[in-house]
Design a protein around this ligand. Structure first.
Ligand code: SDX
Length: 429
């Protein structure tokens, strides 16, 4: 017996099917609403709207829970590694030892990019924001890998998926090297994913680069924390771009463009800049007051979340990782960390933040950690994009394989001018 909700408005009515998930809120299927009533629903920002059915990631915002294919983020971050998480997101199960070995082999051997990409980079200004370079270079992959752009071919989709996961770290490292004026460093197949990324970013031809295992582990964990997050703005962008049949490289480039915004992935860069602007603990009250001031557009970057109305579970792990990295590097009393911890303490005891359920999110501590690892602020969102590529790709594959999949085409509430006739220019007021 299919449960349903009855919609009645005057003489208009519709029987709307209720659908149940494994966990989390049920949904009312409104597909029949317009056909039966001539009415649209209205939900800018999609605060009450499920755009799709998915099996990949589940978030409980009230409980501060994040599951990838049913496994909690804290267990994956503590006991797994990033490529294992990539396999889980793509294939739905944790890999066996042989499956993992094969997957790592495949990803590792796709880390190089076409040699002409090096010349592509020389077209950018050196002081271009690395995210601008990433949008351009990831989109440009469509111009190099035509043999994996047929989205109707499962084999080509998987090849494109592996290429994206493998090549975004290389493109990101090239964006950093180009930005700082150092030569590109080729990927190495004898290194792990995180080790390889640190090596491509920080090795120089003049001397051997020593990989610090604690820092490599922290980098790998940061990738895990950012891998996927349900239907966030950039993932929804990738899904919508993909729904038109655009090739996967173009869809991921669209996701990177959306992630760049300071309300989304750009918040890690904005959060660190904010901590720098605050500077010292005694200036925190001034910024807290600004965050509460309705007339001031200022917001505490790294705070608040559309879904989490409790502590972002990733932020807890990120804070712990931050301390591990600072300890390993012997950085004592980091002024930014001092300000961050005091700001968090004050905000979590302030009625405004308590009432609006504003907690630190994944971006609050990531900036301090990434700065300590040696990355400039403008690289923070690039690192987020490197990690999130697997989430975007997994969600894109799920959408393509969804039998209900159609091109995404929302409607609107039109409040513009009613029909009117053209006026010759000498008749206009
Ligand atoms: C990410 O969606 C995802 O899953 C994203 C992400 C992922 O992994 O993909 O988790 C990554 O994007 C994390 C969020 C990073 N962004 C920031 O840290 C930027 C600062 N945060 C805000 O801009 C805001 O909290 C959002 C954008 C994150 C969420 O915005 P919502 O859900 O639209 O909430 P809102 O803007 O309607 O705010 C609700 C109220 C408002 O006050 P009222 O109008 O009700 O009086 O809370 C206030 C806001 O003014 N508020 C804040 C605030 N965030 C919300 N006030 C001060 N500082 C803040 N940070």
């Amino acid at each position: 017996m299919t449960e349903s909700a009855k919609f009645v408005l005057g003489d208009k009515n519709a029987e709307l099917q209720l659908r149940h998930g494994t966990i989390g809120p049920d949904v009312v299927d409104i597909a029949a609403l317009y056909k039966n009533t001539g009415l649209f629903t209205y939900d800018p920002g999609f605060t009450s709207t499920a755009s799709c059915e998915s099996k990949i990631t589940y978030i409980d915002g009230d409980e501060g829970v994040l599951l990838h294919r049913g496994y909690s983020i804290d267990q994956l971050a503590e006991r797994g590694d990033f490529l294992e998480t990539c396999y889980l997101l793509l294939y739905g199960e944790l890999p066996t030892a042989s499956e993992k070995e094969d997957f790592v082999y495949r990803v590792t051997r796709h880390t190089m990019v076409h040699e002409q990409m090096s010349r592509f980079y020389t077209g950018f200004r050196r002081d271009a924001h690395p995210m601008a370079v990433m949008v351009g270079s990831v989109g440009a992959l469509s111009a190099f890998y035509h043999d994996s752009t047929d989205i109707t071919d499962p084999h080509q989709r998987m090849v494109a998926s592996i290429r994206m996961i493998a090549k975004t770290p290389t493109l990101a490292a090239m964006a950093y090297k180009y930005h700082v004026g150092q030569p590109f460093v080729y990927p190495r197949n004898d290194l792990t994913y995180a080790e390889n990324f640190l090596h491509m970013c920080f090795a120089v031809p003049c001397e051997p680069y020593h990989i610090n295992p604690t820092l490599a582990k922290a980098m790998d964990r940061i990738f895990i924390l950012h891998a996927d997050h349900e239907q966030n703005a950039s993932t929804s962008t990738v899904r919508l771009a993909g729904s038109s049949g655009a090739n996967p490289f173009a869809c991921i480039a669209a996701g990177i463009a959306c992630l760049w915004g300071p309300a989304h992935g750009g918040a890690n860069e904005a959060a660190l800049n904010m901590l720098g602007e605050i500077g010292t603990k005694d200036r925190i009250p001034e910024f807290i007051a600004r965050a509460k001031d309705k007339n001031d557009p200022f917001r505490l970057m790294g705070f608040g979340h559309r879904v989490y109305k409790n502590y972002d579970p990733r932020a807890k792990i990120m804070q712990q990782t931050c301390h591990e990295v600072l300890d390993e590097l012997g950085i004592k009393d980091d002024p930014l960390l001092e300000v961050a911890m005091e700001l968090e303490h004050i905000a979590l005891h302030d009625d405004y933040f308590i009432e609006k359920k504003l907690y630190p999110n994944v971006d609050f501590y990531s900036g301090i950690t990434l700065k300590a690892l040696g990355f400039p602020t403008e690289m923070f969102t690039v690192l987020f994009a490197v990690a999130r590529t697997v989430g975007w790709i997994a969600q894109w594959n799920e959408m393509i394989e969804d039998p209900q999949q159609r091109i995404g085409r929302p409607r609107q509430l039109y409040t513009g001018a009613p029909r009117r006739d053209y006026l010759a220019i000498d008749q206009r007021a």
